[in-house]
Design a protein around this ligand. Sequence first.
Ligand code: UDP
Ligand code: MN
Length: 479
Amino acid sequence: MVVNVWEQKLLYTRHLKGSPVGSRCSDQMVHNDLPHTSIIMCFVDEVWSTLIRSVFSVLNRSPPHLVKEIILVDDSSTKAYLKENLDNFMKKFPKVRILHLKERHGLIRARLAGANMATGDVLTFLDSHVECNVGWLEPLLEQVRINRKKVSCPVIEVINDKDMSYMTVDNFQRGIFTWPMNFGWKPIPTEELKKHKITDKDPIRCPVMAGGLFSIDRKYFYELGTYDPGLDVWGGENMEISFKVWMCGGEIEIIPCSRVGHIFRNDNPYSFPKDRVKTVERNLARVAEVWLDEYKELFYGHGYHLLQELNNIGDLTEQKELRKRLQCKSFQWYIDHVYPDLDAPPARAQGRVKNIALGKCLSLRNSSVSLESCDAGVQNQQFNFTWLRLIRQKDLCISPADVKNQVTVSPCDNLNGDLRWLHKSLTTFQPVLTDHFVVENSKQPMCLEAETSHGLVQINVCSPTNQLQKWRFDKYFTP
Ligand code: UDP
Ligand code: MN
């Protein structure tokens, strides 16, 4: 049976005024047997008033029978007021349970510690500086009630950190990422809205979630293997859980009728045990290695330095086994079905590689490189200039030989900088893919050059005017 649980809405119109939530959300029906939830809020050195405000907004604006408990996980805060003082204060609120972690776990492992003591049917994760709005919880739980593999997120609205003013945000925004896995928002194109007749109360399918605020069926969270516990402190965990949910049979949606304000701050009010940027990059490299399949080249191709993280990302055996055990789909499937507008070309450039002076093309036969008459139908002339700047045909890459001025073919290895080429002009500083192939790991600039007499190629000191050193791929995917 479905009932209207929005009667209370008129009591709290402050945040709904002028908001896209409007009256239509108050007409929304939900089941009267919704699962209950444990709210999990992790914090480290949170400001007292914002923490209390977060907890009160949950207590005041959620149907009591749907909130099994509120678990506050103190991630080893340094502020004294967050210890006994907080325990004593919260004694008046029997639903609030507090876990003081003895050492800093970082957001990801702190959430897991909270989840481990949760008893609700659903886990609802929130940041410790939020303000839940009227009717925020029911539509989130409704989705999980409809399908336990639905992970639902509220619309995150903006609370100003200077004056606590509340700003509503536009509907129809999807959570997306751009390379190298930066989270962002992207509006659904108007044509799509029209085509699918999407109204402002329909759930919005999101390729990735923002990360801080969402509800997930508790058992399902564990079936998915929770978060990768090898992720450190903060960052990248939203990518991990998003890929995992989609590729392993679930869905992520933003529920427009659920609105939660979040205080956005420029600085974290806590310290990072290690360098912040490094921590996030390491986490992202872990995610890339487990989930991105062949697309991880795109990730590393958008920041070589990310490759350095490979040395210290830790053991991934368990995460890879989990993916196998859950029979998760490929990243290609994810792109095709969940994020078709992801910008993900297969390489920087592709096709035949034609020498400008001779009009002949590179060819790879019996593991050696030569020049032949160009022929689009010949597989031996098809190369990729990969995201990691290898000139590649299947598993083989064209590279400088140990012998001076000679070119050889070696098994491709993304970690081997000796195989990399810069494809660029020697006369302009514009970063465009064109003309020369310059050996990346060389003190003196050395270039790939066609040799005229035997149909071979060699490496020679770069010369901006030498046409024998200029090459062109059939097709370029990036400038
Ligand atoms: N947090 C934590 N331990 C950490 C880092 C963060 O418990 O090591 C908490 C933090 O207090 C907040 C939540 O995790 O409640 C998300 O962090 P934050 O708000 O800084 O992330 P943002 O909203 O900026 O993405
Ligand atoms: Mn936050």
